[in-house]
Write a new protein. Structure first.
Ligand SMILES: *Cc1c(COP(=O)(O)O)cnc(C)c1O
Length: 423
């Protein structure tokens, strides 16, 4: 199966006249269609709500598109909470799924009326200290330990993950929280990242639903929501089978009917905190080939680098690359596609079969819409790129300008680089 870019070469050339490469561009139509389908897939659950994981793509214009489909914000830092507040997502539109949390952030979330999802049992005291008392509605994050195995093998290793509480701690935490006045409880867990299987959510739902039944029966607490968190993946590889969100929704529905409904828990709301699934396929990094080098291997240097997209350097992640206008040409060459950082892992692709690339060719790096721009940094004094939105009407809107040197030097409060340059 070929991966099709949402831009043609002609459209990209037209955009580049106004906004030079590199830039991230997002496809509004794709984002909307996907959000609509997610909503439909969980429409069987009355209280269903998606809290978009803000860290994946912290851009107010993009999150506002998701707001049209009832999405809230899943935050885990001060600035993410600030973005949420700024776009009007407050109160129960905020899920604060943080870890290693500073007291001030609990306090800020509390003031916004957001739902605090505790990563650790010691945070009960922390929230009390920060906020004066516990909110009426709170949630705890569960870590079952061990390894998670599904039909396609070992998926992840929660036993090695820093997040969440043990089962014993969850019982203890709920007991204490109830004593301290919490009236409504939620349960959360995030076991595996980027799962490309329809089994993951139903498997996780079963674990959490059974735990919820046991908590309700042993402690007589009201469980009002279960948060399946993130983790639904996307097919980065061109031959990977995409997830079927309707099969996933139905899979969770079946477990809900089997486990919760017989216990009279048919009013429990299902929450999700998807990031990657909501945005990754609908963003791309567009970059121009500016250097070629023939040594022990064939290199193509582009004007983007790991600062713009860190996943390949950080995890060896695969991002498909299309050379715009050469979609139908034979994959006759083997290239490393590199950025300009003084770091040998600054490669968007290694030994990738691609058509012959000429200088000035435009490369479309797929699936950068989540954990792409947002993971960026400023190594080598490189500046972060612009973000553009390809709107449904075909027009392109600048939704974040590119950084300039002034931004980069702005935090030297007592040292004006421009002043020295001109003296
Ligand atoms: C990162 C994160 C998410 C989103 O994960 P995806 O893999 O993008 O779906 C959701 N919840 C929490 C707590 C996270 O840290």
């Amino acid at each position: 199966m070929a991966k099709t870019p949402f831009l043609t070469k002609e459209k990209a050339q037209e955009i580049i006249k106004e906004f030079p490469t590199p830039f991230h561009i997002y496809d509004e139509k794709g984002i909307r269609q996907n959000a609509e389908n997610l909503k439909k897939a969980f429409a069987w659950n009355r209280g269903y709500k998606e809290y978009f994981a803000v860290k994946a793509t912290p851009n107010p214009f993009l999150i506002n598109i998701l707001r049209d489909y009832g999405c809230g914000c899943d935050c885990s830092s001060l600035t993410e909470l600030m973005i949420s507040k700024a776009i009007g997502a407050v109160g129960e539109d905020i899920m604060f799924s943080s870890n290693d949390t500073p007291l001030e952030e609990f306090k800020f979330c509390y003031e916004l009326g957001g739902i605090i999802n505790l990563d650790d049992i010691t945070h009960i005291d922390a929230v009390e200290k920060a906020c004066g008392k516990l909110p009426k509605k709170m949630s705890c994050r569960f870590n079952p330990g061990g390894v998670i195995q599904m039909s396609n093998g070992i998926m992840d290793n929660p036993g090695d993950a820093k997040y969440g509480m043990t089962e014993e701690q969850i019982f203890e935490a709920f007991r204490i929280m109830k004593e301290k006045g919490v009236e409504e409880f939620g349960l959360h867990s995030f076991l595996c990242s980027n799962t490309v299987t329809n089994e993951y959510y139903p498997m996780l739902a079963e674990i959490l639903f059974k735990l919820a039944v046991s908590l309700k029966n042993k402690l007589d607490v009201k469980i009002s929501f279960i948060n399946l968190s993130g983790g639904i993946g996307i097919p980065y590889l061109p031959d990977a089978e995409p997830n079927d969100i309707f099969a996933i929704g139905e899979g969770v529905h079946k477990v809900y009917n089997d486990v919760l409904v017989p216990e009279g828990m048919d009013d429990v709301a299902i929450f999700t905190e998807l990031g990657r699934y909501m945005m990754a396929p609908y963003g791309a990094l567009v970059t121009t080939a500016i250097n070629e080098k023939h040594i022990h291997k064939e290199y193509i240097g582009v004007d983007a680098c790991a600062v713009n997209l860190m996943r390949p350097a950080m995890y060896g992640a695969y991002h498909h690359i299309t050379v715009l206008g050469k979609e139908n040409e034979p994959l006759s060459e083997t290239y490393d596609i590199t950025g300009s950082l003084c770091e040998n892992n600054d490669k968007f692709a290694v030994d990738r079969r691609l058509p012959k690339i000429d200088m000035g060719d435009i490369l479309f790096i797929h699936d950068t819409g989540a954990h792409g721009f947002s993971m960026g940094y400023n190594y080598n004094g490189k500046l972060k790129s612009a973000e553009l939105l390809l709107q449904e009407n075909g027009e392109v809107k600048l939704i974040r300008r590119a950084e300039n040197p002034k931004d980069y030097f702005a935090t030297f409060d007592c040292f004006d680089v421009f002043d020295k340059l001109n003296s």
